[in-house]
Every structure is written in structure tokens, then in C-alpha cells.
Design a binder for this molecule. Structure first.
Ligand code: GUN
Length: 306
């Protein structure tokens, strides 16, 4: 039987642990604070930021949301980050990506105080991760590590195919998996859009982590029996373009009402036939990403207050 990994259930367990940490910090007069900054008209980005803010509320983190006009200057955004860097009530700062084209993403990330960098994207934190002394780890790869651990999936000695090389997921995932420490010690093949014979790499893997941002890139024919499949993709596909006449049903009614369906980077039905365990979309990796953002905010507050 294939295990359908319940990301919401694992995330709830992590949040319950964090709730205790928040209470302990409260006993010392500290309320962890997370500032989110949105500079975009993109509906999906707005939805993600709202979900992050709601999760903060759930466990007693003080969320403060900042919205900037998508037409505002880079200086305006950098000035806002500077003010948040200086604010002692703000322990974590997250600028939702992508930022508009006229703003340089890397410049923005480097403005954030590395101690408040709850995304783990600042070069100082990236460097610490790569050299094996992680401070604030990127949320999605860290969440996947926890998800594997909580599902009882060992990574040591395993072949892992990471499909995707983004700074947000693919590269840090690869780095965490090769670390000589718990939840690491894997042999990793990092695949991307220029990889030849992708199916050979995924078939050779004990664990496939799909994070390419390409709807249903990986299907069952590309997997060996008993593979663990982690689907990071969150692709909005227009419902009218889906093959509903094949008898397929949209997986999430609330999203189809909005005219789109959420589809992962994995073709779920065929992959499920091969996998020993698989994450669904939605309800797999997504909740873990948010849980680890809360984790980083609590950790950042502890580091700054000690
Ligand atoms: N956009 C998509 N994923 C992320 C993320 O993990 N952090 C930020 N800041 N922006 C994103």
C-alpha cells in the first residue's frame, strides 16, 4: 500500500511544539514577531503571504504585514527593510518573491539582517548552510527533511534525485541532503532543464524530490517500484485546459471555483502506483514550508534575545 503523506498532520505536530516554545519566550517577556513584505499584484503571492500571517496568529507569533505598491522604487522597498532591521520587535523579515522586474532580487535579499532572514536566502546564511553549520535553513528544504524524518524515511546512503536547481528549493535541498549530519548523508543527483535522460536519473533514485515548477513533469513511468516521491510543485493550471473529458476530476473544488486547479510537478495517479510513499498537492509539502517559517521565526527570536 502506498502511503499518502499527510503534510497537514505533520505540520500541526510541529506547530504544537512551537506553541510551547512561544509560551516559554513569553515567560521571558518576548513575543516573536514576523514581518512579511509584499510588493506585487500577483494573486498567488498574496494568498501565500496571507497563509503565512494566519499561521503566525495560530501559534502566538505577532505577524505584521507590509504591502508596497508594485510600482514603488527599489529604494522604497530597501528603506522599509532597513526600518524592519532596526525594529527590535521584529525578529523575522520575509519579502515575498518574486519582486517586480525593476527590483533586483539579490540586492533585496542582501539588505535583510542575516539574523532576521527567516527565509535563509541571505548569502551569509547560504554560506553557513553549505559549509555545514546551518543557522536559518530555507523553509521548504528544511520542511522536506522533517517530512521525511516524520515518515520514517532514512536518507543516509540513499540515492536521491532532486529535480530543480532554484535557490529557494533545489540547491539548498541538495546541500542539506549531502551534509554529514542527521537527515543528510545521501548521494544526490541534481537534475534540471538541461539534464539529459531525466527518467534514468529518477528511476535510479530511492527518493525523488520534484521541484522544477513544471506541471506533472514526473510520471509513474519515470519511477522504480517503492520510490519515495516528494512533490514540491504548486502549479496553477487553467481548469478549461485540463483533460476533464478523460474522466479526470479536479482535485480541489475551492480552487476550481476560481478557474484553476493546483497541480504538482508529479502526475499523482501514475506515480502513486509505483511509490511506497508520496506527497499530495495540495496538503503535502506546502504546510511544512509554513511550519518551518514559524520555526525559523521562533529560532530567530531566541537568537536575538539571548
Ligand atoms: N516565493 C515562493 N516561495 C517563497 C519562499 O519560500 N519565500 C519567499 N520569500 N518567497 C517565496
Amino acid at each position: 500500500m502506498t502511503e499518502i503523506i499527510d503534510g497537514n498532520e505533520i505540520a500541526d505536530r510541529i506547530k504544537a511544539e512551537l506553541n510551547v516554545c512561544v509560551d516559554t519566550l513569553g515567560d521571558h517577556g518576548v513575543t516573536p514577531g514576523l514581518a512579511t513584505v509584499l510588493m506585487s499584484d500577483d494573486g498567488a503571492s498574496e494568498t501565500y503571504v496571507n497563509m503565512k500571517q494566519r499561521a503566525c496568529e495560530e501559534i502566538g507569533i505577532e505577524g505584521r504585514h507590509h504591502e508596497l505598491d508594485a510600482e514603488a522604487s527599489s529604494d522604497t522597498l530597501e528603506g522599509r527593510i532597513e526600518a524592519l532591521n532596526e525594529n527590535p520587535d521584529v525578529h523575522g523579515i520575509l519579502v515575498q518573491m518574486p519582486v517586480p522586474d525593476h527590483v533586483d532580487e539579490q540586492t533585496v535579499l542582501e539588505r535583510i539582517d542575516p539574523m532576521k532572514d527567516v527565509d535563509g536566502f541571505h548569502p551569509e546564511n547560504v554560506g553557513k548552510l553549505v559549509t555545514g553549520e546551518p543557522r536559518l535553513k530555507p523553509c521548504t528544504p528544511h520542511g522536506i527533511q522533517r517530512l521525511l524524518a516524520e515518515t520514517g524515511v532514512e536518507t543516509a546512503g540513499k540515492d536521491v534525485a532532486v529535480v530543480g536547481r532554484s535557490n529557494i528549493v533545489g540547491k539548498p535541498m541538495t546541500n542539506l541532503l549531502v551534509q554529514k549530519r542527521d537527515l543528510g548523508n545521501a548521494t544526490v543527483t541534481t537534475c534540471h532543464s538541461r539534464t539529459d535522460a531525466l527518467a534514468e536519473k529518477t528511476k535510479n533514485a530511492d527518493i525523488v524530490i520534484a521541484a522544477a515548477g513544471v506541471p506533472e513533469l514526473i510520471d509513474g513511468s519515470m519511477l522504480s517500484e517503492d520510490t519515495v516521491v516528494i512533490d514540491v510543485g504548486v502549479n496553477r493550471v487553467d481548469v478549461s485546459e485540463r483533460r476533464l473529458e478523460d474522466g479526470q476530476t479536479p482535485s480541489d473544488q475551492s480552487d476550481t471555483d476560481k478557474g484553476y486547479e493546483l497541480v504538482g510537478d508529479v502526475e499523482f495517479e501514475s506515480a502513486k502506483q509505483k511509490a511506497s510513499a508520496i506527497t499530495p498537492v495540495p496538503g503535502g509539502v506546502g504546510p511544512l514550508t509554513i511550519a518551518m517559517l514559524l520555526y525559523n521565526t521562533v529560532k530567530a527570536a531566541s537568537l536575538q534575545e539571548n
